[in-house]
Design a protein around this ligand. Structure first.
Ligand code: CP
Length: 315
C-alpha cells in the first residue's frame, strides 16, 4: 500500500485492492494453523476506537491484530472520559501520547477518520464512518466473491435495500466496479441517495426482473438508526417488494451467491431459510474478514509491500 492510511476504497484503486487480496491468501493459511499467530507486528500497538456499536468489524480487527502479535488497546465509549465531555481530538491525542501505530475507527459522523488522520502519525483505518464508507467490508466482500469466482470482471452484482444509509454500499460499489463488475442497485426511491449521478451503477426498482441474471445478490439491512422519518410504508410491504424470499431465491442462477454484511434482520431483507442455503456465503464473509484485516494491518504497519508473488515474509 502506498498510502499510510486506509480511509476509502479510493485510496487503494484496483492495484491496491488486488494487493490486499493477494496478501489475504497468506493470512487465510495462517488462520488455519493450529496456532494461528505470526510475529509480523510484534511491538506494534493497534487501538480500536469505536464510537458506534459493532460485532464483526471490531472483533475481527482485534483478532487480526492479535494473530499478528500486535498489542491491542480497546476504547469503549461508555467507560471512557468521553462520558465526561472529552472531545474526539483530545481523546485521540491522549491515546496517541501512549505510543500507538494504528487507530481503527468507527464513528457515526462521515469524515471522522480523515480528521483523526490529521491529529496522529499513526495509520488510521476507517472501520465505518456514518453513511459514507466501510472499506474493509468491501475488501472482504471482494475476497469472498473471488473464492467462488476467479474474477469479478464482468460479474453482475445486485445490491438490494437501504442504499441511502449504507456505507457498505458506497465502498462496495467502488471496489466491485474497480475490479470490473457491473453493479445494479435495487431499492424503493426513498431508500436511494437523492442522486446516483456519478455512481457507476444501474438502478432498478424491480427485484424480480434483475435476479435471474445476477451472479451475486448483496442484501442490505434497513438502517433504522439512521432514519429520521418513515421511508417505507410497512416492513411487510418492504419485504414483499425487496426481500429475498424463498420464492425469489428460486429465480437465481444455480451458482449465484447470496451475501449480506450483517447484522441481518431475518424475515425482512432476507428469509431465514435463504440464509441457510449453500449459495449463502454470509458466514464465509465473516471468516474472511479476519484474514483481510490481517492483510490490511500487515501492509500498513509491517513496513513494505508484499513481494511480487504476494507472499508476506512470515516466520
Ligand atoms: N458488517 C459490519 O460492519 O458489522 P458490524 O457492525 O457488526 O461490525
Amino acid at each position: 500500500m502506498t498510502n499510510p492510511n486506509l480511509l476509502s476504497v479510493a485510496d487503494l484503486g484496483a492495484d491496491g485492492i488486488e494487493e490486499v487480496l493477494r496478501v489475504t491468501d497468506s493470512f487465510v493459511e495462517v488462520s488455519a494453523r493450529a496456532i494461528p499467530r505470526v510475529p509480523a507486528l510484534r511491538g506494534r500497538t493497534v487501538v480500536s476506537l469505536f464510537y458506534e456499536c459493532s460485532t464483526r468489524t471490531r472483533l475481527s480487527f482485534e483478532t487480526a491484530a492479535r494473530r499478528l502479535s500486535a498489542d491491542t488497546m480497546n476504547f469503549t465509549i461508555t467507560t471512557s472520559s468521553t462520558t465526561k465531555g472529552e472531545s474526539l481530538r483530545d481523546t485521540v491525542e491522549t491515546i496517541d501520547a501512549m505510543g500507538i501505530d494504528a487507530v481503527v475507527v468507527r464513528h457515526s459522523a462521515a469524515g471522522v477518520p480523515w480528521q483523526i488522520a490529521g491529529w496522529t502519525e499513526a495509520s488510521v483505518i476507517n472501520a465505518g464512518d456514518g453513511w459514507h464508507e466501510h472499506p474493509t467490508q468491501a475488501l472482504l466482500d471482494c475476497y469472498t466473491i473471488r473464492r467462488h469466482r476467479k474474477t469479478l470482471e464482468g460479474l453482475r452484482i445486485v445490491v438490494v435495500g437501504d442504499v441511502k444509509h449504507s456505507r457498505v454500499a458506497r465502498s462496495g460499489v467502488l471496489a466491485f466496479t474497480a475490479l470490473g463488475a457491473e453493479v445494479t442497485l435495487v431499492a424503493p426511491r426513498t431508500l436511494l441517495p437523492p442522486s446516483t449521478e456519478g455512481w457507476p451503477v444501474e438502478v432498478s426498482h424491480d427485484l424480480d426482473a434483475v435476479l435471474p441474471k445476477a451472479d451475486v445478490v448483496y442484501l442490505l439491512r434497513l438502517q433504522n438508526e439512521r432514519m429520521s422519518e418513515a421511508l417505507i410504508p410497512t416492513l411487510r410491504e418492504y419485504t414483499s417488494g425487496y426481500g429475498l424470499t424463498r420464492r425469489r431465491a428460486a429465480l437465481l442462477q444455480d451458482d449465484a451467491l447470496v451475501m449480506h454484511p450483517g447484522p441481518i434482520n431475518r424475515g425482512v431483507e432476507v428469509a431465514a431459510e435463504v440464509t441457510d442455503l449453500p449459495r449463502s456465503v454470509i458466514t464465509q464473509q465473516v471468516a474472511n474478514g479476519v484474514a483481510v484485516r490481517m492483510a490490511v494491518l500487515y501492509l500498513l504497519l509491517a513496513g513494505g509491500a508484499a513481494s511480487e508473488s504476494g507472499e508476506p515474509a512470515l516466520a
